[in-house]
Design a protein. Sequence first.
Length: 301
Amino acid sequence: MTSRSGLVALIGAPNAGKSTLFNRLLGARLSIATPKAQTTRLRIHGVVLQPTEGDDSAEIVLMDLPGIFGPRRRLDRAMLSAAWKGAAESDVALLIVDARTGGAATVGPIARRLAETAREPWLVLNKIDLVARPSLLPLAAALNAQHPFRRTFMVSATSGDGTADLLAALAPAMPEGPHLYPPDQVSNLSERWLAAELVREQVFLQSHDEVPYDSTVETESWEERKDGSVRISAVITVAREGQKAILIGAGGARIRAIGMRARALIAEALGRPVHLSLRVEIGAGWDEDRRRLTTLGLEDP
Ligand SMILES: Nc1nc2c(ncn2[C@@H]2O[C@H](COP(=O)(O)OP(=O)(O)OP(=O)(O)O)[C@@H](O)[C@H]2O)c(=O)[nH]1
Ligand SMILES: [Mg+2]
């Protein structure tokens, strides 16, 4: 019996559906996904153990990565560098393309660089539930004509269509080697991080314009209680006074709504009752501050 283990990068333009596909392949909601672009900021690992013919189960370490876009801030550059680093380290790199925008100018440069960076780039057309079937083959052919991909898949991350085939193909493509994660660990993300990310997801869903992009969330304290529940406090940092007022809302209505929804999702993820308290602080320039980005896991120390 041979043991297989490998790293699989999910790379692509913002909003292509990388995190949704990551969660679907994993069968768990580990990475936050929203309709807004540039939701993912950190590299997140998720482990899938996939049976293979004749082998032990293959360990597929999926890496969800930030989307590729034109960087403006130090935060953006750190996100971009995390994405390309993930592609370079991967055994297989999946280029996730929104099938509705596949031919668009954003995909070409990403595909070109991926062909230079990654050992084994595969093409994955996502959101096939939103396009007419006959348009998929010409799109796959056009992208393959620009950059020959070893394999091409068509999936819907939301319906799950095609995703079992993708996992079945990934397993034998993993190199031989010992597993990287102990059997009881499915992610590199700690519970503290996950809690902060689930609060940030609600900030993305419940605020608009530049507010989500100017916000970051950190878990400040974590207290396990005797009754089996956990008391968590988190701080949302924004860039300006006006953004703080927006997030708090009239009479505190918005921050209460964010807290209520995030609390329910954190409790579901942790499998135990959660008390969550949130506060909002102003940290002008946090997205340009190297030390701050390092504590957020986004810049190498
Ligand atoms: N209809 C449909 N919607 C999808 C599919 N996959 C993702 N979406 C939606 O597309 C939006 C973006 O999804 P994400 O998974 O956050 O995209 P992402 O590529 O991780 O985006 P960034 O982290 O910003 O780079 C969300 O509203 C998803 O629900 C799909 O297969 N079909
Ligand atoms: Mg994402």
